[in-house]
Design a protein around this ligand. Structure first.
Ligand code: HEC
Ligand SMILES: [Cu+2]
Length: 309
């Protein structure tokens, strides 16, 4: 029988994170020994009934102080640098990632694939591919925790957070919600299913999504009347949205902001917040009209409009 202390290591990040953890553990044990071994030794050596040399001694105070300040400082700063490097790697999704959307809800995880496949509490991914999760919540704060990948990120209503991983082996791993979110928080669990690229393709096709995320977004764009203002001649003058994603947008305030997912989201929900330079606040809010799923579809559509400018 085995007694696993750590969850399985399913990615390179997991292995490296464990190394830092073990390193810190060893360092803490070493510091502990340096303090406690002499302490216990002296406890016995100088106990009151024991004859020992107790003549006062003059020690080089400054040298001692400086030594035991500087050595630990350098050792711990080295750990800081090591862990900071790892932190930046975890926090910065590589650019060539496959994007998958995650929506947290009391008490389930809803997943959207770019091809249009949807699933609940299951996340199918291809092995060896970098997967970036764009996450939001439609109610309270949740946290998307993949213990075998050693990554965890809060999933917050009203904004998009991200995390990424690259599965090294085919297998099934855990999803936990790790932010207490109400009665059935402990049941807000699921599985990451890592498949071979071929099996993954088959899985995507077998799901028969009908339309991709961007196509669903395109339909919404017509149904909600966005196209009435944003495409072709219209009564209201609205900026063209082709290639808007990833572009710097000048605002009436003189600021320039990058049109990322958060910006597009805010443009749809709170149009009055940031007005594009040269335009007026003529766009109605869609805050009560679109769900989190639909917002992500609209964003997928806007992203797919490409760069025609
Ligand atoms: C009544 C006309 C109207 C409708 C309907 C409308 N918009 Fe707009 N939209 C505007 C105007 C005017 C602006 C520029 C002023 C501003 O930034 O709010 C704008 C700005 C935007 C921007 C920011 C563009 C940029 O270049 O930075 C986005 C994104 C956007 N709209 C998306 C949408 C989506 C998605 C819908 C449908 C859910 C929609 N709009 C519906 C008029 C409209
Ligand atoms: Cu939760």
């Amino acid at each position: 029988m085995t007694f696993p202390v750590f969850p399985h290591q399913a990615s390179r990040i997991a292995i490296e994170t464990d190394r830092i953890y073990l390193g810190l553990l060893c360092l803490s044990v070493a510091v502990c020994l340096v303090v406690f071994v002499p302490m216990i030794f002296f406890l016995f050596k100088y106990r009151s009934t024991h004859p020992a040399d107790r003549t006062p001694r003059r020690l080089p105070q400054n040298k001692i102080e400086i030594t035991w300040t500087l050595i630990p400082l350098f050792v711990f700063m080295a750990f800081y640098a090591w862990a900071a490097r790892q932190y930046f790697e975890i926090e910065r999704p590589p650019p060539d990632a496959r994007n998958i959307n995650v929506i947290g809800k009391q008490w389930m995880w809803k997943i959207q694939h770019p091809e249009g496949n949807r699933e609940i509490n299951e996340l199918h991914v291809p092995v060896g591919r970098i997967v970036k999760l764009t996450m939001t919540s439609q109610d309270v704060i949740h946290s998307f925790f993949l213990p075998e990948f050693r990554i965890k990120q809060d999933v917050v209503p009203g904004r998009y957070t991200a995390e990424w991983f690259k599965a090294e082996n085919i297998g099934t791993y855990n999803i936990f919600c790790s932010e207490y979110c109400g009665t059935s928080h402990s049941k807000m669990i699921g599985h990451v299913i890592v498949m071979s690229p071929a099996d993954y393709q088959t899985w995507l096709i077998r799901g028969q999504p009908g339309s991709t995320l961007a196509q669903s977004g395109g339909r919404l764009f017509l149904e909600l009347g966005c196209s009435g203002c944003h495409i072709g001649p219209s009564i209201v003058r609205a900026p063209p949205l082709d290639g808007v994603f990833g572009k710097p947008v000048p605002l009436t305030t003189g600021d320039v902001v990058l049109a990322d997912e958060a910006y597009l989201r805010d443009s749809i929900l709170f149009p009055a917040k940031q007005i594009v330079a040269g335009y007026t606040n003529d766009m109605p809010t869609f805050a009560a009209k679109v769900s989190e799923e639909e917002l992500l579809e609209l964003i997928a559509y806007l992203k797919s409009l490409g760069t025609t400018q």
